[in-house]
Every structure is written in structure tokens, then in C-alpha cells.
Design a protein around this ligand. Structure first.
Ligand code: PMP
Ligand code: GLN
Length: 395
């Protein structure tokens, strides 16, 4: 007798069976649409970094690197954070190389939060946070960002109200995915005060730390008073050097927190990306000018996409940093972002992602859609041309 298909996935992971990025990228490929859904660049990072990776393979750096990561990369990460933030991490005990920021996030939650303890997320939130909280058997509480004109701001009262005696960790992401918001230094300061007052651990996801526009600055949470000792700062090479496929990330913080992250990480992947590690070390040390040019070019691309979305009749929000702009679709008579995104590739040959999937209150976020602008100029211009037809082709 044929076996009846059953869902064998453990209950705590069932809500996370498939990611929106996988769904929308598959749809974009099947419809031959321009993919402004999943955020990845379509051009390469610095040539000297790519050459260093090739050379590393040719030189035989093809076996397991050390568990915490190659010393050359840990030293480069520490030197970079000292130069940019004045944070002095001891490279052997306070820097851990991970398989992308994704692993650093999961390992931090698994290593630092007990089952049943609460983790506060700021909504909308990057999808891996909720899944990692579920993997850890912890409890998720989410605090929505508030809309203020065309910006998003932190609702500090709501944040305070979400904290209970069981709260162990607060996850902060600035520059913020999916909204593109860069928290002001006042907002980051207020988060720090709340974390200190309630003695919380903080997971600070800073993967877009370089991608801030219009003269804004990124405030690293760990630099604020009382924060170094309670913060695991996470970043990655993916968005800084256009290498989302290399999966080289890192977690930095005091050794007692990094020990906990490493305890989980070593049984998730043990190590990863051997030959890429010296290449990222090289890029961190020698390619900061390239990163500045990347930031400037992304700001221009942001402007191109902004104009196209406005031309399509959409209300555009935020745009302070990252790869993303969010747009409200009510202006063109649409009300359901998920349905809109599922139809968009076939309708105009462009893919996007609905913001509601990054929330616990989908009804409140249902009319927002995220578009990525990290694409070559001619691709973005063609996407813009297609988007502008939206206003004319209401369906
Ligand atoms: N955090 C945020 C906010 C992201 O947007 C992403 C995706 N780049 C990640 C973490 C994961 O980073 P990585 O690709 O280095 O695992
Ligand atoms: N960080 C990227 C985004 O938000 C891609 C994430 C992924 O594919 N898992 O679009």
C-alpha cells in the first residue's frame, strides 16, 4: 500500500518550511522576471578579493580551517572594528567566523537562550530570527515599528511593554531589513538604555553596516555605555563585498558570550569557507575604497528605483540604507501584498517580496511590498520601465 504523505517536520519548524526568498526567486526564474525579491547583487566584488580566493585554492588552503576561523580573518575583523568603531576585540577569544551571518544568528540564540525564555524581535524582522528562536525552543515576542510619515520609527513604549521577567534577548537590526530604515543614534541609545535597565542580552545584526545613504551614520550598539558586555554583534561579507554565496560571517563580543556562540556553532557546521576566509581578510584590509564606491552606487540605484516606484503610483517608504525600498500598494488599488507579489512576475516581469511575511501581524503590514535595488544599472532601468506600467495596467 503506498504510504500516505505525512508532514514529518517537527512541529516547531512547520511554520518555517519554506522561505519567501525561495518562493519568489523560483517564481522569478519560472517567469523569466527581473528578481527584485531576494536581495543579492548581480555583479562581483573587488577583483583583488576574487584573485585572493583563487590563489588560496591554488595554494592548497582546501582543508578545515581552525574552528574559530582563520587567524588572518579574525585579526582583520578585529582591526576593522577598531578602526571604524573604536571597539577593541581580542581576535582569538572575541571574534568568531561563521557560515554567514545566518549561522552567527542561529548559534547566538541557540547558545545563549534557554528553552522557554523570551526573545524580543522588532517587526518586521529578517526571517531567520523567528526560525532560530523556534529552533532554540524559545518564545518570540515582536514589537512593530511605527510609521511616521514616510519613515519607520521605533515605538519605545511598545518595546518596553514587550519585556517581561522571562525576556533574555533583544534582537536589533540596523540598517534594517526589510524596511531600509537606519535607526538614529537617539533610537539606538534608547535601545541600549532599555537593554541595560532590564539586563538583556542583545543580538545586533549589522550586515548592512556600510550601506547607509545621504550622509547617515550607522551606530554600532556595542559602542554605547554598558553595551559591550551584553552584545553579540553580527556582520558578514555578503553585503559588503557582493559575495552572498561565500557565506562568510562573524560574531564579535565579550569572550563569555562568544564562547556560547561557538559552543553551538561548532556542532552546526564546525567550520566553513576555508579558501574564502583569506580573501575576505584581504578585502577588509585593502578594499575599503571599493566599499565606499559600492555605497555611493547603491544610493544612486536607490534613487532610480524610488523614481520608478513613484512613477508606478506607489507610496515609497524609508530608503535610508540597505538594498531595499518598501512601497505601499494601496495607491494602485491593491490591498494584499502576498497576492500582489505572487502575480507580479507574470503581470509585468518583476519579482518583489511582501513585507507581511516578516511579521506576526500580517494584517497590519499587508499593503507593503519590498523591492531590492542591488542590481546593475541596465537591469534596474528595465525593471523601472516595467514597474511604471503598473499604474496604467491596474488589475
Ligand atoms: N541578517 C540580515 C538582516 C540579512 O538581510 C541577511 C541576508 N543577507 C542575513 C542576516 C544573512 O546574512 P548571510 O548571507 O551572511 O548569512
Ligand atoms: N538577505 C537577503 C534578503 O533579505 C536574502 C536572504 C535569503 O535568501 N535567505 O533578501
Amino acid at each position: 500500500m503506498p504510504a500516505t504523505p505525512r508532514n514529518r517536520t517537527v512541529a516547531r519548524l512547520r511554520p518555517f518550511a519554506s522561505t519567501i526568498f525561495a518562493e519568489m526567486t523560483a517564481l522569478a526564474v519560472s517567469q523569466d522576471a527581473i528578481n527584485l525579491g531576494q536581495g543579492f547583487p548581480d555583479s562581483d566584488g573587488p577583483v583583488s578579493m576574487l584573485d585572493t580566493a583563487r590563489q588560496s585554492i591554488a595554494d592548497g588552503l582546501n582543508q578545515y580551517p581552525p574552528g574559530p576561523g582563520m587567524p588572518v580573518l579574525r585579526q582583520a575583523v578585529a582591526a576593522d572594528r577598531l578602526a571604524r568603531y573604536g571597539l577593541d576585540h581580542e581576535p582569538d577569544s572575541e571574534v568568531l567566523i561563521t557560515v554567514g551571518a545566518t549561522e552567527a544568528i542561529s548559534a547566538a540564540i541557540l547558545g545563549l537562550v534557554e528553552p522557554g525564555e523570551e526573545v524580543v524581535l522588532i517587526e518586521p524582522y529578517y526571517d531567520s530570527y523567528a526560525a532560530s528562536v523556534a529552533l532554540a525552543g524559545a518564545v518570540r515576542r515582536s514589537v512593530p515599528l511605527a510609521r511616521s510619515g514616510t519613515d519607520f520609527v521605533l515605538d519605545l513604549d511598545a518595546l518596553r511593554a514587550a519585556i517581561t521577567p522571562k525576556t533574555r534577548m533583544l534582537v536589533v537590526n540596523t540598517p534594517h531589513n526589510p524596511t531600509g530604515t537606519v535607526f538614529t543614534s537617539d533610537e539606538v541609545g534608547a535601545i541600549a538604555e532599555i537593554a541595560c535597565e532590564h539586563d538583556l542580552l542583545v543580538l545586533s545584526d549589522e550586515v548592512y553596516e556600510h550601506l547607509v545613504f545621504d550622509g547617515r551614520t550607522h551606530t554600532a550598539l556595542a559602542t554605547l555605555p554598558g553595551m559591550y558586555e551584553r552584545t553579540v554583534s553580527v556582520s558578514s561579507a555578503a553585503k559588503t563585498f557582493n559575495v552572498t554565496g561565500w557565506k562568510i560571517g562573524w560574531a564579535c563580543g565579550p569572550s563569555e558570550l562568544i564562547d556560547a556562540v561557538r559552543a553551538a556553532k561548532q556542532y552546526m557546521s564546525f567550520v566553513g569557507g576555508g579558501p574564502f576566509q583569506p580573501a575576505i581578510a584581504h578585502a577588509l584590509t585593502h578594499e575599503q575604497k571599493w566599499v565606499k564606491e559600492l555605497r555611493d552606487s547603491l544610493q544612486t540605484k536607490r534613487d532610480v528605483l524610488y523614481a520608478a516606484l513613484v512613477g508606478a503610483g506607489l507610496d515609497v517608504l524609508s530608503g535610508g540604507g540597505t538594498y531595499y525600498l518598501c512601497a505601499d500598494i494601496t495607491g494602485i488599488g491593491e490591498h494584499d501584498g502576498i497576492d500582489f507579489c505572487r502575480r507580479l512576475p507574470q503581470r509585468i516581469g518583476v519579482a518583489a517580496v511582501p513585507v507581511s511575511v516578516f511579521t506576526d501581524h500580517p494584517q497590519q503590514w499587508n499593503t507593503l511590498v519590498r523591492f531590492a535595488f542591488c542590481k546593475r544599472d541596465h537591469v534596474l532601468e528595465e525593471a523601472g520601465r516595467r514597474l511604471r506600467t503598473l499604474g496604467a495596467s491596474r488589475s
